[in-house]
Design a protein around this ligand. Structure first.
Ligand code: NAD
Ligand code: SF4
Length: 441
């Protein structure tokens, strides 16, 4: 059984409220941290090996150490709760059921970073969660864990919740900052990174909800102990939101030592595929990461089992591997159509492109149109190479990663399922009514 750090108390009735959370030892990590110096906390976070849980996996301690500290300029912590990656819903779970874990993590992090005003930017579609967070903020304030002179340390902290307007692009950290400043959420060119020039041009750390929540167990058990959980550079625990063709969709906390096969088939996690169907493919890290066919998902090309961690999922690079990403684990059974699936994603990225960069603005729409043609039985064999060419011209040529995120699913689908694209084109009359199934995979 995987070790639980974040969700260990999630089953306790009333854990959403301060009183119950406190009875379970809540805010003990904050009391401990506020007796330490900010540099001591930073060392613990670095020692933990925690990597950003939003998708990029950038080392959190390193990001915090990049924070510029010019004299007299306020600094900010901004929590990215704009969880919009298709298949990803683990931050929603944390905020809905364990809001005080996030608030406590923010208190420790803000103290370490020197932020007296911190923000939670939450996606508009999570319409019922801001009230939960705001209630938790009020409770924490009433108990002396937020506001002025927290626990007599002289440290002040206010936390504000900002609702987004429902645009996927506002989850990109610089677009989020633009939106938080009241502007249209267009991504900025990086560098400068937010750690140097962020919110209102002030040094800002933008971290995912789960990353900030993980600061609490790190302070509880120490960074060194946290680093002992997991394997290699995949330290600690990771939340996975599992969905698609599985018996038990939901949010699971894993310690990154289990195999993909165990995660899909064991009763502790996904509980297998409904109706005894066979596994066709999986997207293990949210829609932006490459899709992998079953044979490469359960084993690497060297025949080693594939594990649920950053390194093993990426083993073999994009040719045979994929990414841990945001932990949005989407399972496709033998009945799913890869062309239709890829078309749906292309439509999504086209709709969500902010339109600033030509390759993304034009390329995402072009890919969608071609995929729709193929799905509707009107495609030509040359369309497959055209799709490949377009995605290559988008990747790496845009301001923000949405361009790459639109290109990778198309590239991976063609790389691994080219036969299925050809079958659609050669059998136009069957294209929408029948399924290529598992042939050749
Ligand atoms: P990134 O690799 O550009 O950056 C990661 C983080 O490290 C950023 O905060 C960045 O500011 C910081 N950073 C990197 N280099 C730095 C430096 N030299 N100095 C200071 N800071 C530095 O990736 P990203 O754009 O933040 O994220 C992309 C990922 O987001 C994708 O891989 C995807 O998996 C994920 N994603 C998640 C969701 C979701 O809902 N959770 C939605 C869309 C995409
Ligand atoms: Fe906008 Fe797409 Fe360019 Fe990102 S890559 S800035 S979403 S046009």
């Amino acid at each position: 059984m995987s070790k639980k750090l974040l969700l260990k108390d999630a089953h306790i009735e009333g854990i959403r409220y301060f009183e119950t959370y406190r009875k379970q030892g809540g805010y003990g990590a904050a009391e401990k941290a506020l007796k330490m110096t900010p540099d001591e906390i930073l060392e613990e976070v670095k020692a933990s090996g925690l990597r950003g849980r939003g998708g990029a996996g950038f080392p959190t301690g390193m990001k915090w150490s990049f924070l510029a500290k010019p004299e007299g300029v306020p600094r900010h912590l901004v929590v990215n709760a704009d969880e919009s990656e298709p298949g990803t819903f683990k931050d929603r779970y944390l905020m809905e059921f364990l809001p005080h874990l996030l608030i406590e993590g923010m208190l420790i992090s803000s103290y370490c970073l020197g932020s007296n005003t911190s923000y939670i930017y939450i996606r508009g579609e999570y319409s019922w969660i801001p009230d939960i967070l705001e209630e938790a903020i009020e409770e924490a304030k009433a108990a002396g864990f937020l506001g002025k002179n927290i626990l007599g340390t002289g440290f002040d902290l206010e936390i504000y919740v900002q609702r987004g307007g429902g645009a996927y692009i506002c989850g990109e950290e610089t677009a989020l900052l633009e939106s938080l400043e009241g502007k249209r959420g267009n991504p900025r060119l990086k560098p400068p990174f937010p750690a140097v020039k962020g919110l209102w041009e002030r040094p800002t750390v933008v971290n995912n909800v789960e990353s900030i929540a993980a600061i609490v167990p790190i302070m509880d058990i120490t960074g060194a102990e946290y680093a002992k959980i997991g394997v290699g550079r995949s330290t600690g625990t990771k939340l996975i939101s599992a969905c698609g063709n599985i018996n038990k969709p939901g949010v699971y906390e894993i310690d990154m030592t289990i195999t993909v096969e165990e995660f899909i088939y064991s009763e502790e996690y996904c509980g297998g595929i409904p109706n005894g169907k066979k596994l066709k493919a999986c997207i293990p890290g949210g829609s932006s990461v490459p899709i992998v066919p079953a044979n490469l998902l359960l084993k690497t090309i060297n025949g080693e089992p594939r594990y649920m961690n950053y390194e093993s999922l990426a083993d073999g690079g994009f040719a045979t591997g994929t990414m841990m990403g945001s932990g949005g684990f989407i399972v496709l059974d033998e009945d799913q159509c890869i062309v239709e699936h890829t078309m749906t994603l292309a439509r999504f990225y086209n709709h969500e492109s902010c339109g600033q960069c030509t390759p993304c603005r034009e390329g995402t729409g072009w890919m969608y149109k071609i995929l729709k043609k193929i799905e509707n039985g009107q495609g030509k064999i040359e369309d497959i190479d055209l799709l490949w060419d377009i995605q290559r011209k988008i990747e790496g040529n845009t301001i923000c990663p949405l361009g790459d995120a639109a290109a990778w699913p198309v590239a991976a689908a063609i790389r691994h399922f080219r036969d299925e694209f050809e079958w659609h084109i050669k059998n136009p009359e069957l294209s929408q009514t029948q399924n290529y199934g598992l042939a050749n995979y």
